[in-house]
Design a protein around this ligand. Structure first.
Ligand code: ZN
Length: 161
C-alpha cells in the first residue's frame, strides 16, 4: 500500500536508491533529465513517482520495479507463464546434442588402443560445455546482467584499489 509509506521513504526525484539490475550501484536522477541512471551498470530508467515505479528504459524487456519504501520489488512480467517452455527448451538444447554425440560414441566405440580413443569422450564433454555456455550467454544478454562490470568490481576489491 503506497499510503503506508512515510514521505521520507518514498521514491522521489531527489533520492538515491539501490540499483535493481546490478544490485551493486546506486541510481540517481540524471541532471536536467526525467530519467534515473545507475553509476555502476549505467542502465537508464524511467520513473513513475505517482505509482512508485521504476522502468528500465534501455532494454527491450518490460522490466519494472515497485519501490516499497526500503527496496525494489520486481513486477511480474506477462510472459512469466512462458517460463516452463523456456526451461524445457533450454534443457533440451543442452541434453539433446550431448546425448546424440554420447550415444554415437557408445554405439560405435573407438578401438581401445587407437591413438584417438579419447576423442569421443572429449567431444561429448566439449559439446555439453559449448551448449551450456551458449545458454548462459543468452541468459546474461536477456537480463542485461553487467557481468563484466561485476568482474571488474571484484578485481578492484581484490587489488584494493
Ligand atoms: Zn546498476
Amino acid at each position: 500500500m503506497p499510503e503506508a509509506i512515510s514521505l521520507s521513504d518514498r521514491f522521489y526525484t531527489e533520492g538515491e536508491y539501490p540499483c535493481p539490475v546490478c544490485r551493486h550501484g546506486r541510481i540517481t536522477a540524471m541532471p536536467l533529465m526525467e530519467v534515473f541512471a545507475c553509476h555502476f551498470c549505467q542502465h537508464i530508467f524511467t520513473t513513475n513517482f505517482e505509482k512508485q515505479l521504476l522502468k528500465m528504459a534501455d532494454s527491450q524487456l518490460p522490466l519494472t520495479w515497485y519501490w516499497n519504501g526500503k527496496n525494489w520489488k520486481g513486477i511480474q512480467r506477462e510472459s512469466a507463464e512462458l517460463g516452463w517452455s523456456y526451461a524445457i527448451s533450454a534443457i533440451a538444447f543442452i541434453i539433446l546434442p550431448t546425448a546424440i554425440i554420447g550415444l554415437g560414441s557408445y554405439l560405435f566405440p573407438p578401438l581401445p588402443d587407437s591413438p584417438l580413443s579419447w576423442l569421443p569422450l572429449f567431444w561429448t564433454i566439449l559439446t555439453f560445455i559449448a551448449h551450456l555456455f551458449c545458454l548462459l550467454w543468452l541468459i546474461i544478454e536477456y537480463y542485461q546482467l553487467p557481468i563484466f562490470l561485476y568482474f571488474r568490481a571484484i578485481r578492484r576489491r581484490l587489488v584494493g584499489n
